[in-house]
Design a protein around this ligand. Structure first.
Ligand code: NAD
Ligand code: UD1
Length: 339
């Protein structure tokens, strides 16, 4: 059975392709390589023994997208990862973000409608919850005004999919990721942050390997046990496996609603300081850091209620924080060895 994975050479996409292949799915990737590299295809093949089919084009191009769908008329379901994801960049270039993330989704949905494809899994984010009044965040926790154009594209995308499904033969599973980190155990695929990383985990590993002098901890005066902000970090391979389960659920007609929403996290929150301690414990490396002012736009603390995903999807994150930080470090070392 053929699954289209848009953005499949990217960080989460590549890990998901490997898990789909392990379950016997045939994968076709569409990616314009705006934030990933063609070598990822060979690296996927090194792990799975099978190179996925690949088409390079920009999903914001409606003609190319429609031509693709007409040529590949045996696609059973879609996992739509393709999007820009840098929060700060989205504040600087909002139109670029709205155009890329929304137009690529619209073209993909139009291709589904025109070509009779029913099922789509969509990458959403816990960013839609903002700072929830009550924790952990449940799928019915009220959505808040986004604090960046990027976050807003996720909220609007969820609405576009939901409204489209009301009048068209489309069903969807919206997956709200918490904070994906880590890399495949082989360290053959992982995350390629462009330039100076904004996210915590790549900043930690780049500091440890000597590319950065020290980690800046954005604030230690939050109302949390150690004063640093709390997030729900999830291993990217656990996250990838949830996508396979979501696809299988839709194909087997097990969805209970046209659009279902699931949180993907571990259900446990860890502070920035706890992540640093985990990294030091799992690698034996001492990390240099400095306490700075809070980062504008950051929420204080958020973690997931994963009960719905556990019971309905039958999925549970398995990997510990130490496994996440250890795998991120293994990947950073593998990257350094390649250069
Ligand atoms: P990524 O940048 O590694 O992967 C996205 C891929 O999409 C890249 O390979 C890029 O080249 C491709 N792409 C972007 N725009 C495209 C277009 N118009 N046409 C074709 N290809 C295009 O990002 P990721 O971390 O793997 O994230 C995947 C998805 O998950 C994104 O939608 C992202 O917003 C979402 N998400 C990510 C995180 C995270 O922390 N990584 C958290 C929540 C949600
Ligand atoms: C950010 C985005 C979110 C996006 C996610 C994945 C914001 C406000 N949110 O989440 O929309 O889905 O990335 O791309 O940008 N930290 C440091 N020092 C650093 C880096 C981070 O102390 O150098 C802290 C942050 O303040 C935060 C935690 O580490 O408390 C996690 O940060 P990060 O990895 O950037 O993820 P989020 O901010 O949660």
């Amino acid at each position: 059975m053929k699954i289209l994975v848009t953005g499949g050479t990217g960080y989460i996409g590549s890990h998901t392709v490997v898990e789909l292949q392990a379950k016997g799915f045939e994968v076709i990737i569409v990616d314009n390589l705006s934030n990933s590299s063609i070598e990822v295809l060979d690296n996927i093949a090194k792990i799975s023994g099978k190179k996925p089919l690949f088409e390079k084009f920009d999903l914001t191009d409606p003609e190319k997208t429609e031509t693709f769908f007409r040529l590949h008329n045996d696609i059973r379901a879609i996992i739509h990862f393709a999007a820009f994801k840098a929060v700060g960049e989205s504040v600087q270039y909002p139109l670029m973000y709205y155009r890329n993330n929304l137009v690529s989704l619209i073209n993909t949905l139009q291709g589904m409608i025109n070509n009779g494809i029913r099922d789509i899994v969509f990458s959403s984010s816990c960013t839609v919850y903002g700072q929830p009044e009550k924790l952990p965040a449940r799928e019915d926790t009220p959505i808040q005004k986004a604090n960046s154009p990027y976050g807003n594209t996720k909220r609007i995308s969820e609405e576009i999919i939901t409204e489209t499904s009301e009048n068209e033969a489309i069903r969807a599973i919206l997956l709200r990721y918490f904070n994906p980190i880590g890399a495949h155990e082989t360290a053959i695929i992982g995350e390629f942050p462009q330039g100076i990383p904004n996210n915590l985990m790549p900043y930690i590993t780049q500091t440890a390997i000597g590319k950065r002098d020290f980690l800046r901890i954005w604030g230690n005066d939050y109302d949390t046990p150690d004063g640093t902000a709390i997030r729900d970090y999830i291993h990217v391979v656990d996250l990838a496996k949830a996508h396979v389960i979501a696809v299988e659920r839709m194909i087997a007609d097990k969805s209970k609603e046209k659009v279902e929403i699931f949180n993907l996290g571990t259900g446990k929150g860890f502070s920035v300081m706890e992540v640093i301690k985990s990294f030091e414990r799992s690698t034996g490396i001492h990390l240099n850091y400095k306490i700075m002012d809070r980062r504008p736009g950051d929420v204080e603390q958020v973690w997931a209620d994963t009960g719905f995903a556990n019971t309905e999807l039958g999925w549970k994150a398995e990997k510990s924080l130490d496994e996440m930080t250890a795998s991120a470090w293994k990947w950073e070392k593998a990257l350094a060895a390649r250069r």
